[in-house]
Design a protein around this ligand. Structure first.
Ligand code: ADP
Length: 468
């Protein structure tokens, strides 16, 4: 029997299945014996737990949850009922072999009571199965399942939401389609409007261009008219000014003329009275000569006035015929020497030729130049006369050493009534002599000009064309 028992024991414990034999001495449940497989799964690592209480070997405080209570209940039930108990998985953490570190462990137990004499169990043969890996795997699976479920739920929710969104999107899409149609219609309308607008803009631009061109033409016309008006205005102003000057000149002239006429008349009157009173023959003869001078002066003035009116009315008559020009000049010089005893009139050279023209009027010109030369050189005593022929022209010059003429006055000398104002000199004259002379010369296709220097004297020239 003992051999059988030994055989049985060997069979039960010499196995890779972890087994322990506990005494059924509730509450200690002393460890009687355990096999190598048990040592391994409980990480005894050489620790000998034989003969100590199960709770001493494995601290119930580490059991985790109600693992210690479940084990205790199962051990008590198996020993009391003397019936095997199969314990489903429970958690009981055990020391890892490293001090202070426990290993999370899940176990399944098969407790088989071993009866002694009597009915109660004496020992509990406990087969242990460490199901930590399975549990952890199944927990992981469970977790992943749970996660999967959660994910599925989330996915479903998302799907639902997506479905909702899809509906919304669909609605939006429909709306967008409607809008698109409307937009297409509007775009067509817009295109038509745009085309219409463009046409109107082109037409408007064209009409604006035309108006602008018209306006431009009008402006140009206006500018031209304004210019014309300005020019006419200026012309009117100029004429007005000329009229004013001429009126002023006329008034001045009338004043001067009446004065100039009255002077010789008064002299003649006075000499005449003296002549009547005196019995002295010599004195009377002198008075006759003086009266004759004033008469001559008066006659000259009247002749000038008559010539002026003839010229103004273009009624001056010219009798042109060939005459000896040398003779004319010589005569003029001789007469001047007689008339102006204060000056010596020197004929330096004279052109010998026959000239065809109005001898009387040309004599008038030379006499006027000689009389001016004497009149405007009161401080001098000489006048030089020259005449020569040069390049189909007959030229005459009269040089004096008198007051001279300012450059600014030169051009005006031949205008009617023009007189240079000499405040310090009282020189008689009407401002007609040179004007009449230049008119006579013009009639002979001649011209006149002056060279002069203030204070030094003047040279008056005239040129008459002669046959070529
Ligand atoms: P007037 O009768 O005043 O001398 P003229 O027509 O002969 O008129 O001369 C016009 C003006 O020209 C004169 O008033 C004078 O100022 C100037 N003039 C003419 N000849 C001379 C001259 N030889 N020297 C200086 N001034 C002169």
């Amino acid at each position: 029997m003992e051999a059988i028992a030994e055989q049985l024991f060997f069979t039960l414990f010499n196995t890779k299945v972890p087994r322990v034999l506990l005494k059924a001495d509730n509450p200690d449940f002393t460890i009687v014996i355990y096999n190598e497989a048990y040592e391994k799964v409980t990480y005894l690592d050489g620790r000998d737990i034989t003969g100590i209480s199960l709770w001493e070997a494995f601290d119930p405080a580490n059991a985790g949850g109600d693992g210690a209570k479940l084990l205790m209940d199962a051990l008590v039930t198996a020993s009391k009922n003397n019936k095997p108990v199969h314990m489903p998985s429970f958690k009981y953490d055990i020391p890892s072999g490293h001090p202070g570190i426990n290993v999370q462990s899940w176990w399944q137990l098969e407790i088989i009571p071993v009866s002694g004499p009597g009915r109660a169990a004496s020992y509990l043969l406990t087969t242990i199965n460490n199901v930590t890996d399975q549990i952890e795997n199944s927990t992981a699976i469970l977790d992943s399942k749970l996660r999967e479920e959660t994910l599925n739920e989330q996915l479903e929710a998302i799907n639902k939401e997506l479905g909702n969104k899809n509906e919304v999107l669909q609605a939006t899409n429909d709306e967008l389609n409607t809008l698109n149609e409307k937009l297409t219609r509007s775009e067509n309308d817009f295109r038509m409007l745009n085309a219409e607008l463009e046409e109107r803009v082109i037409a408007r631009t064209q009409s604006l261009k035309e108006s602008y061109a018209q306006q431009q033409a009008l402006t140009e016309e206006l500018v031209t008219s304004t210019e014309e008006i300005t020019a006419s205005n200026e012309e009117l102003l100029r004429i007005n000014e000329e009229l004013r000057i001429s009126k002023q000149q006329k008034e001045e002239f009338l004043f001067i003329a009446s004065h100039e006429l009255r002077t010789p008349l008064t002299t003649i009157k006075a000499y005449n009275q003296l002549m009547q009173l005196t019995k002295d023959e010599i004195k009377r003869d002198r008075l006759v000569i003086k009266t004759a001078e004033s008469v001559e002066r008066l006659e000259k003035l009247i002749n000038n006035l008559l010539d002026l009116s003839k010229i103004s009315e273009s009624k001056m008559l010219y009798e042109k015929e060939p005459f000896d020009f040398k003779n004319l000049v010589t005569e003029c010089v001789e007469n001047a020497n007689d008339r102006y005893p204060t000056h010596e009139i020197v004929l330096e050279q004279v052109a010998e030729m026959t000239y065809t023209g109005d001898r009387f009027r040309l004599e008038q010109v030379i006499q006027n130049l000689l009389s001016n030369a004497v009149k405007y050189s009161p401080e001098a005593n000489k006048v030089l006369v020259n005449s020569w022929v040069e390049q189909y022209s007959l030229i005459v010059s009269v040089r004096d050493f008198g007051i001279g003429i300012a450059a600014s006055d030169k051009d005006k000398l031949f205008e009617r009534y023009f007189r240079v104002d000499h405040p310090t000199l009282r020189i008689e004259g009407l401002g007609l002599g040179l004007f009449i002379s230049s008119e006579i010369l013009k009639e002979h296709n001649g011209i006149c000009w002056i060279e002069s220097e203030i204070g030094k004297g003047s040279v008056f020239y005239f040129r008459l064309p002669v046959g070529n």
